[in-house]
Write a protein of this length. Structure first.
Lengths: 286, 335
């Protein structure tokens, strides 16, 4: 085996050192533009407002940890984190459960109108969500769901369903019929097959859909802004905006607050990068 | 009458399909029960999703059409019917210079995003598709801005771009004093500043899509071209790019729809004052200021409907003209 590998021609010639240097240089430049503003925000939280005013582009000197501590302990930061977590988890649970049920019916049952129903959901991908936001607010107000997390969670579930179904259906369709037949012969019902075999098999797709939904909900701004007036119910994005308004003179505090608020999304992304990227591209590949 | 007919027909179908497994003439009642059960299961599985999706995505748009025919401040039921005045009346949205500027700004953002992000993203994706050590890390860093919340991005860039903020300071330190501008305060400039922030935020998304598309391009093709003596540039231009076509077209679609609806970043980076000059407002920010903040629900609804018609129309048109081949299986039925 080893000798065989040696005998194979080299896949790629050693690159020209100038080309390689150029590649690194360009890649560094691109990564720098992406990341330097983020680093600036994080470092800015370790400076004082005075340091920032004296030299906006400087490094922390000396390093100040007080601002971060102040933001964590004083504001309603943790309450907002808790609220955002609750809303995002509720949304994710709803999207995944309702989405996989619908995708199951749309992939493993044969019935009249199936393709029409699928197209009905797919239409939601072309549907501009922002356009409906004003009447949606009025509808939620009439249902007494304004100032209520349900008023954020339910519409977010509705917005998330089309993409979820578009991602899940091909996945469920690809699971071989022989598996289903075998389960049926063993006396399982269709629902039993769904619960005991299909769901465990589709875990990777469910995780992908879940991660995408969670991040979208965590970052959502417009709908919570319209629906939630009570500060106790605010999600983190509303908290960031409110903090910026209240402490507009204290740049260091805003920077600290902003960088703390982006940590959950960044950490989540580090752990789930593959799922997010895989899901986005999977949806596009269809 | 029709109901019995329908059941009868389905029984026949079911009976016919059972034929291969041997005739079972005595089970027709349990067959009907099974068909009924199948339909219960289908309805039970799909109804919750259909209901919530219909109620919160489609129904509001219908309400928007209805509300847009009234002058209505939001209390009680709408009663002051004014027909199409919210659209084409003397104070209708289509005649309002602020709405017109919002629409123009949206169009500029659509084309600006396509023309700036497209070539940049293709170049960077080709770069990050080369083999080199640390490539995975670079790919991840480039994707970071896309993961950040719009609020984070808005607050962050507002601070960075503020007058004599860090951006201006860096320019001065580089000896580029002449480039220093009032990035967010100059009505002639602010839209381009916003476009810059949008590019920073969403470029990573385009790059990731293109990288995924590139990973589907079989390496054998470029190797074959290399053996035939093609250089790197020739391979990219003649082999890779054409195969990337579907990915580019889908990205352009998503980018266009996003640009037409853009709200968050614009709302957070710009001030209400400069938006109300028409310098950096979009259809969505205009809709929220007029409808939600100024409580002109009828007028705001008319703006929603126009925004909807434009975005949905553009989406359908693009799908018809450009995407038909690419979306088989995703947006058309799968055989």
């Amino acid at each position: 085996m080893a000798t065989h590998a040696v005998a194979l021609p080299r896949r790629r010639r050693r690159g020209n050192p100038w080309t390689s240097a150029l590649t690194y240089g360009l890649a560094l430049a691109v990564a720098g533009v992406s990341i330097v503003p983020v680093v600036y925000v994080i470092l800015g939280g370790f400076r004082t407002a005075g340091q920032i005013a004296a030299n906006p582009a400087g490094l922390p000197n000396p390093w100040v940890f007080d601002t971060y501590l102040r933001v964590i302990s004083a504001g309603r930061f943790w309450r907002y984190v808790g609220n955002s977590t609750f809303v995002a988890l509720g949304t994710t649970l709803g999207v995944v459960v309702l989405g996989v049920c619908a995708a199951f019916a749309l992939s493993r049952y044969r019935f009249r109108g199936r393709e029409m129903l699928y197209t009905y959901f797919v239409l939601g991908l072309l549907f501009p969500a922002a356009a409906g936001i004003l009447p949606l607010y009025l509808l939620l107000r009439d249902l007494s769901l304004d100032n209520n997390w349900a008023g954020v969670i339910l519409p977010q579930i509705a917005y998330g369903l089309p993409l979820t179904i578009v991602i899940l259906r091909p996945f469920l369709l690809a699971i071989p019929n022989e598996l289903e037949d075998a389960a049926m012969i063993d006396g399982s019902s269709k629902i039993g097959f769904f619960w005991r075999i299909l769901l465990p098999l589709s875990r990777p797709a469910l995780v992908t859909v879940g991660v995408i939904t969670f991040v979208a909900s965590w970052n959502a701004f417009l709908l919570p802004m319209l629906i939630l007036n009570n500060q106790n119910l605010y999600t983190l994005p509303l908290g960031v905006q409110q903090f910026q308004g209240q402490y507009s003179s204290d740049t260091a505090a805003i920077l600290a607050y902003t960088s703390l608020s982006m940590m959950p999304a960044l950490l989540f992304f580090l752990f789930a990068e593959r799922q997010i990227v895989g899901g986005l591209t999977g949806a596009v590949k269809g | 009458m029709t109901t019995t007919n329908r059941i009868h027909a389905e029984d026949l179908v079911d009976f016919a399909s059972a034929g291969s497994a041997g005739p079972r003439p005595f089970q027709s009642s349990s067959r009907a029960a099974r068909i009924r059960r199948k339909w219960y299961e289908i309805i039970g599985l799909t109804l919750p999703a259909v209901a919530i999706y219909t109620l919160f995505v489609l129904v509001p748009m219908g309400f928007a059409v209805y509300y847009s025919l009234f002058r209505w401040r939001g209390s009680g039921a709408p009663s002051d019917f004014i027909g199409l005045d919210n659209y084409i009346g003397p104070y209708g949205a289509l005649k309002d210079p602020l709405f017109q500027s919002a629409l123009m700004n949206n169009i500029k953002i659509v084309f600006g995003s396509l023309l700036i992000q497209g070539p940049l993203a293709i170049a960077i994706a080709l770069l990050l598709n080369r083999r080199f050590r640390g490539r995975a890390l670079f790919r991840m860093l480039v994707f970071v801005p896309y993961v950040l919340a719009e609020v984070t991005v808005g607050v962050m860039w507002r601070l960075i771009l503020t007058n004599d903020g860090v951006f201006d300071t860096v320019l001065r330190d580089l000896g580029l004093d002449s480039l220093v501008r009032s990035w967010l305060g100059d009505p002639n400039l602010v839209l381009w500043t916003v476009l810059g922030v949008l590019t920073w935020k969403y470029l990573g998304f385009a790059i990731i899509l293109l990288l995924a598309g590139l990973s589907n391009v079989p390496e054998e093709l470029s190797e074959a071209a290399a053996i035939d003596g093609a250089g790197w540039w020739q391979i990219q231009w003649h082999v890779t790019l054409p195969l990337l076509g579907p990915t580019i077209r889908i990205w352009a679609f998503l980018s266009m729809i996003g640009s037409l609806q853009v709200f968050d970043v614009v709302w957070l980076v710009t001030t209400q004052a400069i938006r109300s000059l028409g310098a950096a407002n979009t259809m969505a920010t205009y809709m929220v200021s007029e409808g939600f903040l100024a409580r002109s629900w009828g007028y705001g609804s008319a703006v929603s409907v126009i925004l909807f018609v434009i975005s949905f129309g553009a989406a359908l048109l693009y799908q018809r003209l450009v995407l038909r081949r690419d979306l088989q299986g995703a947006l058309t039925e799968r055989s």
